[in-house]
Design a protein around this ligand. Structure first.
Ligand code: PYC
Length: 311
């Protein structure tokens, strides 16, 4: 029996496992995350794939922290494997822990496999996440994409690896999610084929189209394709951190200046940043999450889809 609390953050779903998850032992969180990925793929797929889940969903497995002063350790995963960090799921996690009465309004630290992040619970639904240091790795990288031609963008880290481009094949509107998904998949394939990576050969698994906002009080709008091939309904916390790192590197956004990012469905995050210790930025991301379900998931041994539908 697996007990979960579901929420959505600006439209993007999160499933927090509060009981019945695998025992990953002890040690550094990155090692435990690797164990989750290598040894418990069926568990992750059962949680996030149909018929129990939906591929856009991100799972959050709570584990004892290794770093001092943390409320919990957390390993984020999607239907394609682990995520380093996840902005929307961190907002969802804080709101979920508040819903369970485990935290109250104020500042909390969560340990992720890529570092400790802070979650400031402002009220029952509003959270400001202080992310790990984000930075631009490569500027103006050109890649030849079958069907699209030359696409130019930046490679940046925001807790996950992103290719960010303004070469949008169609407008960033909700009716264009299908062609945007196709184009982002083609770009990701082309990056991989050309051997373009993040630092230390890390695969670039998120593709982010950026364009002008719809609303007058926002500064940008995006469409982010995640490693599970689903698009982020929220403005993507790690993706917007990567965007802010690029803006800061170009001198287009000053420390402390506000940046309001719209998602493809029009939901929003508000961000600011301060300079990081190693030349990047520490982004603070504010958004809202709402609990949508408290559930017990059942996986009968005779159920042919106990591990989800993988096709
Ligand atoms: O909010 O950082 C994020 C995120 C990553 C993948 C889905 N959401």
């Amino acid at each position: 029996m697996i007990r979960v609390i579901d929420s959505h953050t600006e439209g993007e779903p999160t499933r927090v496992v509060i009981a019945g998850g695998p025992d990953l032992g002890s040690g550094p969180l990155a090692d435990r995350a690797r164990r989750l990925n290598e040894d418990h793929g069926d568990f992750c797929a059962a949680l996030l794939r149909e018929p129990r889940g939906v591929v856009a969903m991100v799972g959050a497995l709570l584990v004892p922290p290794a770093a001092p002063g943390c409320e919990t350790g957390v390993i984020y995963f999607n239907a394609a494997g682990n995520l380093g960090m996840c902005g929307h799921a961190t907002i969802g996690l804080a709101v979920t822990l508040a819903h369970l009465g485990r935290i109250t309004v104020g500042n909390h630290r969560f340990e992720t496999p890529v570092g400790v992040v802070e979650a400031d619970l402002v009220d029952a639904n509003t959270v400001t996440v202080v992310n790990v240091e984000s930075y631009r790795f490569r500027k103006d990288v050109a890649v030849e994409v079958p069907g699209l031609g030359t696409v130019t963008g930046d490679i940046a880290w925001g807790g996950n690896w992103f290719f960010l481009t303004g070469d949008n094949p169609v407008p960033l509107t909700p009716d264009c999610t299908a062609p945007l998904t196709e184009a982002a998949l083609a770009i990701r394939r082309a990056l991989h084929a050309a051997g373009m990576t993040g630092r230390d050969g890390a695969p670039i698994d998120h593709v982010e189209f950026n364009g002008p906002p719809d609303g007058r009080d926002a500064q940008g709008r995006n469409f982010v394709l995640c490693p599970d091939d689903a698009y982020d309904r929220s403005p993507c916390g790690t993706g917007t951190s990567a965007k802010v790192a690029c803006l800061a590197a170009d001198g287009k956004l000053a420390p402390g200046a506000p940046w309001v990012q719209e998602s493809i469905i029009g939901s929003r995050y508000s961000l600011t940043y301060r300079p990081g210790a190693t030349g990047g930025v520490i982004a603070s991301i504010t958004g809202r999450a709402f609990v949508t379900a408290e559930a017990t998931l059942l996986r009968a041994p005779s159920d042919p889809y106990r591990n989800g539908i993988s096709a």
